[in-house]
Design a protein around this ligand. Structure first.
Ligand code: SF4
Ligand SMILES: [Zn+2]
Length: 108
């Protein structure tokens, strides 16, 4: 059971890592999106993923999706699947859907 940080409602449907209820996410997104971005970035860092699509123009571009990542040498794109090895983009596409739709884990 978690409590919404905005309205104070308690529910088992509120993810402990996010701490906003569905109603607040839907109706108050502009007010809380910075907190959501912070949680999102924290989770991505915990999984060694970039917090935003890398965009350094000196790096090769991946054209597989709209993020158009410019992946640094030895690093991964925003999806965590595509990599830059020796200046070339490698990696399959099967895992992209899984990674981008995996829900965050509830805590207590
Ligand atoms: S497939 Fe991955 S690496 Fe390629 S642009 Fe999209 S998020 Fe970036
Ligand atoms: Zn709420």
């Amino acid at each position: 059971m978690s409590q919404c940080l905005l309205c104070g409602k308690s529910s088992e449907k509120i993810a402990g890592c996010l701490q906003f209820c569905y109603s607040c996410l839907r109706d108050h997104f502009p007010e809380i999106h910075k907190e959501i971005d912070t949680v999102h970035a924290k989770i991505r860092r915990a999984h060694d993923l970039p917090t935003a699509p890398p965009q350094d123009l000196n790096n090769p571009v991946c054209t597989l999706c709209v993020n158009s990542c410019r992946i640094p040498a030895g690093a991964r794109g925003y999806c965590g699947v595509r990599t830059n090895r020796e200046g070339k983009i490698h990696g399959g596409t099967a895992g992209i859907f899984i990674i981008t739709t995996t829900p965050c884990r509830r805590t207590a």
